[in-house]
Design a protein. Structure first.
Lengths: 95, 95
DNA sequence: CTATATTTGCCCTTTATAGGACAAGTCAAT
DNA sequence: ATTGACTTGTCCTATAAAGGGCAAATATAG
């Protein structure tokens, strides 16, 4: 979810992982893992990536959160029920 | 979300935290924290609780997962967008 | 007032996760 | 066959979270 988006963005800008890696000051394997959802993306890296791809962090945020949600669900068969409960719950809190 | 459910179940069975605590072999403060969503409920405790309250674990599971999801969202303003993305994503995976 | 039930805060230890490097592997294109 | 881009696996360290006890604080009922 987040990884796919990041890869898409990078390619749309014609950048290589190597270049992005340089910007974030990490090695390219690390970027690869982010794009393959093999490593979580930290908040500060998310900010940096938003800058590199020239968009507001808020545009990436839903993917970032979504990825974390997918991670806690880890293919559990009750995921959909759970998500619907959460949606209901959140709406209740926000009146 | 999960805590409320657990408290509800306990009260509906007329049990005291002390009694449930004894079943799970933990102290009552720990039960209190579970019911107030102050401590995560482990998988094995969830199973034990399902037994105590005499229902299938699958009935608790959505609340359990939901609680974990709420936790990762931590009131982020993009939560709803994120959840909708995840729902779409999951449905895609299941065809 | 005083028991009993529950909550809260603080503490501690163990386990897990994040964050990241590095080496070696795969895959195309040349 | 080399090179350049990416991926994958293993390893390490540091931080965070789980799991839980204990004591003190708050309700709440009688």
């Amino acid at each position: 979810m987040l990884g796919e988006k990041l890869k898409e963005l990078r390619e749309s800008k014609g950048l290589l992982q190597r270049q992005v890696a340089a910007e974030l000051d990490v090695d390219t394997a690390y970027i690869s893992k982010m794009e393959n959802n093999d490593k979580p993306v930290s908040k500060s890296h998310l900010e940096a990536l938003a800058k590199v791809y020239d968009l507001p962090e808020s545009e990436l945020m839903p993917y970032w959160l979504g990825e974390k949600v997918l991670h806690v669900l880890e293919n559990n068969e009750h995921s959909i029920q759970a998500l619907n409960l959460v949606l209901k719950n959140i709406r209740n809190v926000n009146e």
